[in-house]
Design a binder for this molecule. Structure first.
Ligand code: BGC
Length: 363
């Protein structure tokens, strides 16, 4: 079978041939991969800035936004059957007894940092014709979602952030509302974030550098959110007055904007950061004012990374809701479907919104 692998020590990314994997354990599931979405993380890995091969290997098979079909199940597998469609959870627990997050099945909150992530850190990914996976890390997806279910994994980034923002709101001693939400960035995560906020009843604004005429801006408007381009609206317009938003969902990874986002909150507001800026990034901020506001206005800033099973279930529920509310907008997020051998090329260029690698067609 074929796969796409990055060889960090040789600084190369290429199509490789390797034997089809065989299930070994009772809980193993053999999967035929249908589709894999590509994202900024894959671009960073393929430019050798991030990620690591499994221990002892000189290469890492890429791909973590998966959609696959069950081919064969081990004798211990209870929840899945051949032909089921599944999305794999990316992160695997660390081995340490003291990590209560990992031991409790919540490796998305791993304390030690020694977790692995398939297709990213220390474990091969899904850009291969077949993979074997433990039942514990597979989430079944309804077949009606087959043509968009590859969006489940990126959607978990925002369902995790939005569900936690909601939990934080639950601390308020009054019923907040009507709620205003701001999404920073109109890449796939930002656009999915806008859909989540709209579906959750927020009056939603998306702010990004794409023009008002861009595909991204049209998509934002098509789900009932407002689009503001940074080309015609300076950032200060968002912080006008005393801040305008109950929830700000950041999906850019640009450090100055991430810091400036603290100025855009209403009192008691919540800022969720999901972008990952380069370590060397610096930015200026009036820290006195920002910190003063955080305290005097009960504001909260938190980071969110990776997703557990409950975030996947929330993503699937949201995707079902989106397919009733604005199905064409969801489909429009996938701007190109490409073949496996095109991946090295695709990862070096900026394409539409979301590129998806088509491995085999859902039957
Ligand atoms: C993936 C997450 C992962 C994160 C950091 C993201 O692209 O969606 O599952 O935890 O990268 O490696």
């Amino acid at each position: 079978m074929q796969a796409i692998a990055v060889f960090p020590s040789k600084k190369s990314l290429k199509l490789i041939d390797l034997p089809q994997p065989k299930p070994q354990e009772a809980n193993d599931v053999l999967l035929r991969v249908h589709e894999v979405g590509l994202c900024g993380t894959d671009r960073e890995i393929s430019s050798f800035e991030y990620g690591s091969p499994p221990p002892g290997s000189d290469h890492l098979i890429l791909g973590h936004e998966s959609l696959a079909e069950v081919v064969e199940v081990g004798r211990g597998v209870r929840s899945l059957r051949p032909r089921d469609l599944v999305v794999a959870i990316v992160r695997r627990p660390c081995p340490h007894a003291e990590c209560r997050a990992c031991r409790g099945g919540r490796q998305d909150f791993c304390i030690t940092g020694d977790y692995t992530e398939r297709g990213i850190k220390g474990a091969d990914g899904f850009l291969a014709d077949y993979v074997v996976e433990d039942e514990a890390y597979l989430v079944k997806v309804p077949r009606v979602l087959a043509d968009v279910a590859v969006l489940v994994e990126p959607l978990t980034v925002v369902t995790k952030a939005a569900d936690q923002a909601q939990a934080i709101f639950n601390r308020l001693p009054y019923e907040p509302g009507p709620l205003r939400g701001l999404v920073l960035g109109a890449g796939p995560i930002g656009l999915l974030g806008a859909m989540v906020l709209v579906a959750d009843g927020f009056e939603t604004v998306v702010y990004s550098r794409d023009t008002d005429q861009s595909k991204q801006a049209q998509l934002v408007r098509s789900v009932g959110a407002k689009y503001m381009s940074s080309t015609s609206n300076p950032i200060e317009t968002l912080a006008k007055g005393s801040g305008q938003f109950d929830v700000v969902l950041e999906a850019v990874g640009f450090a100055p904007l991430m810091l400036a986002a603290t100025q855009m909150l209403k009192p008691n507001g919540v800022l969720a950061l999901t972008g990952v800026p380069p370590e060397a990034a610096t930015a200026e901020l009036n820290v006195g004012r920002a910190l003063r506001n955080l305290v005097l206005r009960n504001e909260l800033v938190f980071g969110a990374v990776n997703a557990g099973r409950r975030d996947h279930l929330s993503a699937i529920r949201h995707l079902e809701q989106f397919m009733v509310l604005f199905p064409d907008s969801v489909r429009a997020l996938i701007t190109d479907r490409v073949a496996l051998d095109e991946v090295p090329q695709i990862l070096t260029e900026k394409r539409g919104i979301k590129s998806v690698v088509e491995m085999s067609r859902a039957a």
